[in-house]
Design a protein around this ligand. Structure first.
Ligand SMILES: [Zn+2]
Length: 317
């Protein structure tokens, strides 16, 4: 039923090199030139062997050009001969890896501002860590040891997370990731009784987990209430035994609330739906640990370029 396609699983090994950097709250990142924007914002690639930092061997820290966040230490830099600065490790928590839109490579971005850095490759034999962060020189600034680092520019975002289960998580995520105000989505498992379950374990219907989508959103742009309405408008919440052709406890309709306010809002809309004459099979449960699913399940339809078989959007409210 579900077609799997592989991504290289990435393990980011990290070092701890930037202890006492102060963080500053402001609303503006460093201004970028058009050439810098092409790489950092539009995810382009600079010409190989062209970057200022390609051959740099000085001791110091490589920081994000857009937000000043420290990304790499010079001690992790090596010459791979590929034409771009290469590192076999990043500063802990500084770099996030996501499946590239090309469906094959793994993109790396600054964890603070989301600026594009390059790609990460594994098991090429360059160093013992078997990892090559291939980074555009233009995405970074170099700060030599002894020169103080500038504060990391933090945007004033207070993002929140919401958890919805409405059948096959590929379909649920497909809709939520398109919503304005949703900054990130991930698919995973919630509500079961074993730790770190695999997809196969959840498929046995014995682990107790539901296929769940984690929706990260900016409450200044979209409300939890809007997410709840959208949840009901994108699946058949009357179905008791699963969703569409996907039958089983892991496909049931559940809102995992993280506090009483969310619970009350979810109850409010269940009430509204019942008043409108709908049968509502959706249950409300307190959120538990969200176990992120295997990489090949993330943003599945976007990578595959197809649309869900199990969910449609149907306006109600
Ligand atoms: Zn950044």
């Amino acid at each position: 039923m579900k077609y799997l396609f592989g991504f290289i699983l990435l393990t980011l090994m990290c070092c701890n090199a930037c202890g006492q950097i102060k963080e500053k709250e402001t609303m503006k990142y460093n201004e970028l030139t058009p050439t810098e924007k092409q790489v950092i914002i539009d995810k382009g690639t600079e010409y190989p062997y062209s970057g200022e930092l390609y051959k740099n061997t000085a001791n110091g820290t490589y920081v994000c050009k857009q937000c000043n966040a420290p990304l790499y230490r010079s001690s992790d830099k090596f010459d791979s001969g590929c034409g771009w600065p290469s590192f076999d490790d990043a500063i802990e928590g500084a770099v996030i890896s996501i499946p590239d839109a090309d469906g094959i490579r793994t993109e790396i971005v600054c964890a603070n501002c989301g600026g594009h850095l390059g790609h990460v490759f594994l098991n090429e034999g360059f160093t013992a860590k078997q990892t090559r962060h291939c980074v555009n020189s233009i995405s970074m600034n170099f700060v030599p040891d002894g020169t103080p680092l500038k504060p990391t520019i933090k945007m004033n975002q207070k993002l929140k997370k919401a958890y919805f289960a409405s059948g096959c998580f590929w379909g649920t995520e497909y809709y939520f990731m398109k919503l304005n105000g949703v900054t990130n989505t991930a698919v995973g498992y919630m509500g079961g009784h074993i730790e770190n379950p695999t997809y196969e374990q959840v498929c046995t219907k014995k682990s107790g987990h539901l296929e769940t989508v984690e929706v990260t959103y900016d409450p200044q742009k979209i409300s939890y209430e809007d997410l709840v309405k959208f949840f009901f408008e994108t699946h058949n919440f009357s179905q008791e035994d699963g969703q569409g052709p996907d039958i089983g406890p892991q496909y049931k309709s559940v809102i995992f609330y993280t506090d009483e306010t969310e619970k009350k809002l979810a109850e409010k809309y269940i009430h509204i739906l019942k008043e409108k004459g709908y049968q509502v099979a959706t249950t409300l449960r307190p959120a538990e640990h969200f176990w992120k699913a295997e990489d090949y399940h993330q943003q599945y339809y976007q990578h595959k370029g197809t649309t869900p078989y199990c969910h449609i959007y149907k306006p109600i409210f």
